[in-house]
Design a protein around this ligand. Sequence first.
Ligand SMILES: Cc1ncc(COP(=O)(O)O)c(C=O)c1O
Length: 395
Amino acid sequence: MKLSHRITNLTEGGSDGWDVFYRARRMISEGQAITELTIGEHDIGTDPVILDAMDASARGGHTGYAMVPGTDLLRDTVAARVQIRTGVKTTRDNVLITPGGQAALFAAHIAACNPGDTGLFLDPYYATYPGTIRAAGAIARPVQTHAMDAFQPRESEIERFAGGAVSLLINTPNNPTGVVYSQDTLNAVANVCKNRDLWLVSDEVYDTQVWEGNHLSPRALPGMAERTLVVGSMSKSHAMTGSRCGWIIGPEEVVEHLINLATNTTYGVPGFIQDAASFALNSGHKLEEKIAEPFRRRRSLAMQVLGGQQIVGLIPAQGAMYLMLDIQATGLTGDSFANALLDSHKIAVMPGESFGMAAAGHIRVAMTIADEKLVSALQTICDFAAQLAENRGAA
Ligand SMILES: Cc1ncc(COP(=O)(O)O)c(C=O)c1O
């Protein structure tokens, strides 16, 4: 039987850039001790106080179908949080609760793109972006950003591809680069979107992990609320990756249509998960800070290690749980370096190329292991890079 092009073309075939990750997983299953720095998942589980709220809700009977758009409580809670943080008037009618940020990314592109339209995304990018745009039937077109600009996008480059496109997907704080977009960058992005009549899909799932500067939501910029679809999630802010609870925020009429999409696809998010999310969001900053704190601390430790040498470069680590390291002085690609590091030192990192060609010659390190192990792994990475660079010089 023939399958649709939409499903067979999702990953465009070939390597999906996760070879090192799969190889590390295989080595672990064979009993090898691998230092795992590939994946963006906390090294803690969901906080027991959130689990208690989940348990109480489920035992209290909230185990049936929940309201498809989300419970009133969670929609109101998310709306209030966004309004306080951005100053943009937001009510429950601007909010759809989704099974994670990923489902919100898909919903946003279904809302913005007709089949055959072009959806832009910035390279380097979170692994699912091109597939998500294609899943909506659109053509996914990368727009390069550059290490020399600390991966802040340039208005001229977005402008170059904007003609004929209908949407632009951005992510700040950024996975994989750890960069937080500046006010100037977001103004430039907003200018192109307004001039070229693009939808802006703003992935803000790391908005509680900001180490330098401030998180700015482009929905708050003049004239942007009516063309911006914001993606949020409990996954990163509250270590609730497995609960699959996120949201999309947009104009009321868009949310009305997205409720139809949810009715015909996911049919909502479990009520006890939403109650746990409402509890967590209403628990205030302390809980969020507790979850972000290990990454803030490890980022400082990482800067100390990396500051003590000159071979491995660090892209300014302003937010999120990742470090983007420049290993071009070794003469290797990110892919060759990551494979060699895994073989010789049993440390698994992601090649920059897994996130697009703009990150070639880099590796991404997730700060998701205990402090002293991270420090030791970073020291080994620096020593390994120095050795490679020296061998290169001697050759
Ligand atoms: C940039 C970015 N967006 C969205 C997601 C999806 O998160 P979730 O579906 O768990 O909310 C992730 C997960 O790693 C991510 O890194």
